[in-house]
Write a protein that binds this ligand. Sequence first.
Ligand SMILES: *Cc1c(COP(=O)(O)O)cnc(C)c1O
Length: 368
Amino acid sequence: MRFNENLQRLKTYEAGKPIELVVREYGIDEKDIIKLASNENPYGTSPKVVKKVQENAHKMYLYPDDSMYELKAALAKRFGVSAEEIIIGAGSDQVLEFCARAVLNEHTSVLMSKITFAMYEIYALQQGSKIIRSSCYRHDLDEFYDLYQKHNPSIVHICTPNNPTGDAIDKEYLYSFLEKVKDPLVVVDGAYMEYAAYKDPKKLIPPRELIAMYPNAIYLGTFSKAYGLGGMRVGYGIAQKEIIQQLYKLRPPFNITTLSLLAATEALKDEEFVQRAIEKNFAQMDRFIHFAMQNELEFIDSYTNFITYLLPQNINAKDLANALLRRGIIVRDLSSYGMNALRITIGTPEQNSIFFEKCKEVFDEYKR
Ligand SMILES: *Cc1c(COP(=O)(O)O)cnc(C)c1O
């Protein structure tokens, strides 16, 4: 059997550990497990969304409306764009995949930050494309520009706020880069934009303005993070019609489920819920900053619902993550990104208190 050669360079993506796995492998009761590993909204989704899905559960035998009329209309209204400027994906991940397949092949390259969302590389490698990375995890767009001139990449990935580091760039800084970079598709991934916009309005990249000024840009958003719908798999891309039309050729029919469409549309109606969750997120973030300072840990100033602790040499990220796992706490160890660091999703006040307690327990053990 002959597989596509591009697969040889690929490893299977390792997603955050699910609660079920910790139950099975560590024999810990499900109710004692705290998952702070995948940046879900710990407050869940709006109760109105849950109600809507429950009321419509019997409709699961029906194929969804493949035009996604309602959700697109709601997004169009929210962002002040037209429905033809929107594509919906099974998570913004699927839109990323469409972008890669639309643009890349064995003769192209993709530019991204040294440490950023792992799927950019995976989709590019699937197409046989070359990966160019900057030397710093922060988006140093001067360096990006140098690399752009040198390698002429077909896609440039800008992840702001960046996952797994949590830092974000100013809108004006991005725009000054885009002024000079007219050729590649520039993918602006705003998976955590709702959080960043709350903390600092300068970080907000409005999709309508972005695509009006820069026809080679596409903005990606998702319902998986602030909207609390990770399990429903809904994301979107916003770009000029010419780009969206090309991406549409790659979209499988019915790529979003009937109930997911309803959930996302309903979620957009309860902005209040999302804003409350974001406020609580940053109030809890202060506790994580305080904890880091108390324990002499460095951290990256975060514009998201997670924080990245940079660990000293004597604490190994993998060991610490495992020690926490044995105590029922799932966090993301960043060693596979080449960083001795942990990424921790900001949980509810109760979850965070337990995290601090268990983390302290492990640190005290190290000291002995
Ligand atoms: C979570 C995430 C996504 C996509 O999530 P979906 O669930 O596929 O919508 C995209 N980009 C970044 C940076 C993320 O953290």
